[in-house]
Ligand binder design. Structure first.
Ligand SMILES: CC(C)(COP(=O)(O)OP(=O)(O)OC[C@H]1O[C@@H](n2cnc3c(N)ncnc32)[C@H](O)[C@@H]1OP(=O)(O)O)[C@@H](O)C(=O)NCCC(=O)NCCS
Length: 163
């Protein structure tokens, strides 16, 4: 799956996927203005997963593209229809895009500790769990949940595993 770069016309799709019931437990939501500013700026890249007929199937947002230390962040990734095998393939493609198109040394992310599916997908692609950020995420009901910090170093990534 070769992802394509998003255009402003993709923002409604990205916002619709962000707002799929259940996704809010694991990802943050941005307004149209926040997306438009990030998409237009130099620090973010938006990648769109496409299905067999070219229809959008998911999205990923990278941030910190100009980090001088080469720490590029997978800020957000979500599929329109999770659990069908597309997300793992998309993550592989997003990782390949990141190491192929940026000076990333370390590709990192936070994942909600209870997000077992996402943690499984990251671990299966060699992302290491670096630590736990206790009570780091404030939920809508005022409770707090832990985040897990994960990363993949360039030398741990193989283009072969990204096909
Ligand atoms: C995380 C996400 C992008 C993964 O994409 P996906 O299309 O669902 O993933 P896939 O179907 O390709 O693969 C899911 C894998 O998780 C496994 N899995 C499913 N539910 C699981 C669970 N509760 N615990 C552990 N593993 C689980 C599946 O068996 C599969 O692994 P396998 O290929 O080794 O059998 C997608 O689920 C999503 O959009 N989730 C909501 C938003 C989100 O959580 N984003 C990540 C924020 S860090």
């Amino acid at each position: 799956m070769a992802p394509r770069l998003a255009t402003p016309a993709d923002i409604p799709f990205v916002m619709a996927v962000e707002r799929i019931p259940g996704h809010d437990a694991y990802i943050n939501l941005w307004t149209e203005e926040q997306h438009a500013a990030a998409l237009a700026g130099p620090d973010h890249a938006y990648l769109i997963a496409t299905g067999p007929d070219g229809e959008p199937a998911g999205f990923a947002i990278l941030s910190d593209l100009r980090d001088p230390h080469g720490n590029i962040c997978l800020k957000r990734i979500a599929m329109a229809a999770p659990g069908r095998g597309l997300g793992a393939a998309f993550l592989r493609a997003v990782t390949a895009w990141t190491f192929g198109n940026t000076a990333a040394h370390r590709f990192w992310l936070y994942v909600v500790a209870s997000n077992d599916r996402a943690r499984h997908v990251y671990r299966a692609q060699n992302f290491a769990e670096e630590g736990i950020l206790r009570e780091a995420r404030l939920e809508a009901d005022g409770t707090r949940t832990a985040l897990i910090l994960m990363s993949l170093l360039r030398r741990e990534w193989s283009p072969e595993t990204s096909r």
